[in-house]
Design a protein around this ligand. Structure first.
Ligand code: CA
Length: 227
């Protein structure tokens, strides 16, 4: 998998390139917008990590130009400004996801992996399954071992996130940003409580256990019987 990072801050660029290389990706780094734009237009990448604030052509213009020329490469954009306008603008221009600086590398890696997986997944999926757990995305229904399980909307969203990113440890901050609103106070134990309730419903009376706690890191859904 080949990634392009467009980032003018050399410390961040080097850090991302090293981390993603160590994670097994082939990584190109462009240190300004013009080079990044040129590379993105002329070479094939599986994913772009695009900084918004660049001194020459900004990330928005690069993204717009790519989409206008029919390039559908997934784009994760990095923004220093946590404003709703920025996020909306990016998503409207055709970005696939965004991260607000500063972010944890583990979070970036999780987003990158999800976007890469999404790129190859069928778009008309209506069902997610792990072991004998089944999520019906259209009917918003969950069954385990054929038994219907009643979940609240938040519990369903939480479970869907965990299932979609199975095998990845999800930090509370990421869960907060995806399932609750962005201003969620992650010092509260709302997420832990929600996980506990979800566990009681989908894991307590079933085997194998699917939801796992990674101390000090977050939560992960994983089927221990698989592979
Ligand atoms: Ca920048």
């Amino acid at each position: 998998m080949k990634l392009l990072i467009v980032e003018d801050e050399s410390k961040i660029g080097d850090y991302l390139r090293q981390g993603l290389s160590e994670a097994g990706f082939t990584v190109d780094l462009a240190r300004n917008g013009l080079d990044g734009h040129h590379l993105a237009m002329t070479e094939e990448f599986d994913l772009l990590i695009l900084d918004v604030m660049l001194p020459d052509i900004d990330g928005w213009k690069i993204l717009k130009s790519l989409r206008e020329s029919g390039k559908h490469v997934p784009v994760l954009f990095l923004t220093a400004r946590d404003s709703v306008d920025d996020r909306v603008k990016g998503l409207e221009l055709g970005a696939d996801d965004y991260l607000v600086k500063p972010f944890a590398f583990s979070e970036l890696l999780a987003r990158v992996r999800t976007l890469l997986r999404r790129g190859t997944a069928p778009t008309n999926e209506t069902k997610l399954t792990v072991a004998d757990l089944e999520l019906d995305l259209m009917g918003r229904r969950v069954t385990r071992a054929g038994k219907h399980i009643q979940l609240t909307a938040k519990e369903f969203a939480l479970l869907e996130l965990l299932v979609r990113r199975q095998g990845e440890v999800l930090p509370r901050s990421l869960i907060a940003s995806q399932v609750w609103d962005m201003n969620f106070d992650s010092d509260t134990n709302v997420i832990d409580v929600a996980i506990r309730r979800l566990r009681a419903k989908i894991d307590e009376n079933f085997e194998p256990k699917l939801i796992h706690t990674r101390r000090g890191m977050g939560y992960m859904l994983d089927n221990p019987d698989a592979g």
